[in-house]
Design a protein around this ligand. Structure first.
Ligand SMILES: C[S@@+](CC[C@H](N)C(=O)[O-])C[C@H]1O[C@@H](n2cnc3c(N)ncnc32)[C@H](O)[C@@H]1O
Length: 209
């Protein structure tokens, strides 16, 4: 079993999935407040962990379907246990090899893509999974401009690809996306990086056809 899967299988069972939910929810919620959910939409969370974002988005009245995928089987087991709405669905798979026939209006991913074997392959697959004009919202704390987070790779001891904001923009552009970025800081947080750099949100918009 690969190291990423093994680590997150452990995290699914030792409370760290809920800790991630707590750590990420402030900036993710602030980000979602900038998104209009006024038209009917389908939603996918790539690397959904315990499924907290899938549940949150399923509560939006215009959400038709909210799907979560994760390469950790135990994360998906937790997510299914917490399921509270029949719009939600969870699948145990990595995004790269997921064989899904449908397409989405919105794809989201928080702190997950840099664990992929190839970020480029994962982003190209996400592009294919979107409808024309669909949007991919990607949140990242671990990026080289955000210096305090660089040491996480030594602590985690698993595959984590470190890139700058500029390189992330290029991955998106090379896959065909139009790109916008935003930083969400948490000015009252005890952690300096959350106050000074915060979460980088990259929005990729697919072309019209
Ligand atoms: C740091 S956790 C974040 C979980 C969740 N997004 C959150 O904010 O709580 C990263 C998750 O991404 C999953 N993951 C990593 N690479 C993946 C891939 N290529 N396809 C699907 N899931 C992946 C891991 O198993 C893990 O559960």
């Amino acid at each position: 079993m690969d190291g990423v899967r093994k680590t997150f299988d452990k995290w699914a069972q030792n409370g760290k999935a809920e800790l991630m939910e707590k750590e990420h929810s402030n900036n993710v919620s602030k980000f979602f407040q900038t998104i209009s959910f006024e038209e009917s939409f389908t939603f996918l969370d790539v690397g959904c962990g315990n499924g907290w974002v899938v549940r949150k988005i399923a509560k939006e009245k215009n959400c038709k379907k909210s799907i979560g995928i994760d390469k950790s089987k135990k994360m998906i087991t937790q997510a299914k246990k917490k399921q509270d709405n029949n719009k939600e669905e969870f699948f145990h798979t990595d995004v790269e090899s997921w064989n899904y026939k449908g397409k989405f209006d919105i794809i989201f991913s928080m702190e997950s893509l840099y664990y992929a074997d190839s970020i480029e392959v994962a982003i190209r697959k996400i592009y294919k999974l979107l409808k024309p004009r669909g949007q991919f919202f990607c949140g990242i704390d671990f990026y080289s401009d955000n210096k305090a987070t660089v040491r996480w790779a030594n602590i985690m001891k698993i595959q984590m690809h470190l890139h700058s904001k500029k390189e992330w923009r290029e991955f998106f552009q090379n896959a065909g996306f139009k790109v916008k970025t935003k930083h969400f800081k948490d000015l009252k947080n005890k952690k300096k990086w959350k106050r000074e750099f915060g979460t980088l949100f990259i929005t990729g918009t697919k072309h019209e056809k």
